[in-house]
Design a protein around this ligand. Structure first.
Ligand SMILES: [Zn+2]
Length: 109
């Protein structure tokens, strides 16, 4: 999280990344939390976070993630977690992504 210093404004990019970080806290996976902010013409048009698709169980509700159970590390086994990528998750919300005209800010931990 970028915090303003000495009363100065943070940059727009830092503001979008801060927003993505906040949405990462909505993630339903307990192994990794990611947030995404989609910006077009300097306006936030959509936000998202990694989580299970509608109708599927969440890692946070089950209290575990298959990646934790198999002791997987960064870059391993994303396909076995029930949570899908923050950006894909938002895309499933019905918004038609025209990516070449938009900026996507992603942040995760
Ligand atoms: Zn998970």
């Amino acid at each position: 999280m970028v915090i303003p210093k000495n009363g100065e404004r943070i940059s727009k990019i830092d503001a979008y990344l801060n927003c993505a970080e906040n949405f990462a806290y909505r993630s339903t996976c307990i192994k990794r939390k990611y947030g995404a902010v989609i910006v077009k013409d300097d306006a936030v048009i959509s936000t998202g976070y990694n989580g299970s698709p509608r109708g599927f169980e969440n890692c946070c509700d089950l209290g575990t993630c298959p990646r934790i159970q198999k002791n997987m590390h960064q870059g391993e086994g994303y396909g076995i977690c029930r949570a899908i990528h923050a950006f894909e998750n938002k895309s499933q919300g019905g918004y038609d992504m025209a990516l070449k005209y938009e900026d996507v800010f992603r942040l995760g931990s």
